[in-house]
Unconditional design. Structure first.
Length: 241
């Protein structure tokens, strides 16, 4: 008689088990998803280089199994000693005839720490559902980050920084990323450091303008700056060809 393994409700399930379960239930609905499911496409770079839009998060789960995620602290609550304590979810309330209805939203960054990164926002009644939606949307917005060594102080050929100065904007926030030599690290605040680390950038100077306390705009601006690295480099290659 085969012994069945039961997983109790609320228990922490390893990420590998969760991903295998989702992929086993996956039924692709798009043409791109069917090609990945049938094994016709085995490299995420082919999809990103061709400019095809990813609408199914399972595509990224299949092609990039080592993807990691980080929650951005977008919410806040009163601390014990006064002030505001940052939390990874934002809770809002709206008034209806039946009373107050609460909604939870979250903002997530995903990446493989080797040139792939994405951001996504999700909202739901429960916090775990909002985080799950944010992770799925972040996977569908994954991009390639063109790394290199653009600092005159370093001059190495390693992919530890950005290749050139780049700018990103979101809302009132403007971000400027500049190449830095080895050993500088990520000269920015802890939240922006999450997306840069997951993108595989180890050394960079950063300048910020605007209301950077809006974490969603700050991270989105950094994301757009990283996206511009790849777009600019791809445009230059097309001009040469």
């Amino acid at each position: 008689m085969v012994e069945e393994k039961k997983i109790e409700t609320g228990a922490i399930v390893p990420a590998e088990i969760r991903e295998e379960t989702v992929l086993d239930r996956w039924q692709p609905k798009t043409g791109l998803g069917k090609k990945v499911f049938n094994g016709e496409i085995n490299d995420i770079n082919k999809i990103l280089d061709s400019g095809q839009k990813i609408t199914e998060s399972e595509i990224v789960d299949r092609l990039v199994p080592n993807l990691k995620n980080e929650l951005i602290l977008i919410g806040g609550r009163k601390g014990k000693g006064g002030g505001v304590q940052r939390i990874p979810v934002k809770i809002t309330a709206t008034m209806h005839k039946s009373g107050r209805r609460f909604k939870t939203s979250s903002f997530v960054v995903v990446g493989n720490e080797d040139g792939l990164v994405g951001v996504g926002r999700g909202s739901a009644v429960e916090a775990k559902d909002a985080i799950a939606k944010a992770i799925q949307r972040a996977k569908t917005k994954i991009i390639k980050v063109k790394r290199g060594c653009g600092s005159w102080e370093c001059g190495c050929d390693d992919q530890h920084s950005v290749k050139f100065k780049t700018t990103g904007k979101s809302g009132s926030v403007k971000v400027v990323l500049m190449p830095a030599p080895k050993g500088v690290g990520l000269a920015t605040d802890p939240e922006a450091r999450k997306i840069l680390r997951l993108a595989g950038v180890k050394d960079v100077w950063i300048k910020t303008f605007g209301n950077t306390s809006m974490r969603v705009n700050l991270i989105t601006a950094v994301y757009n700056a990283l996206k511009n690295l790849y777009i600019y480099d791809k445009t230059e290659k097309e001009k040469v060809e």
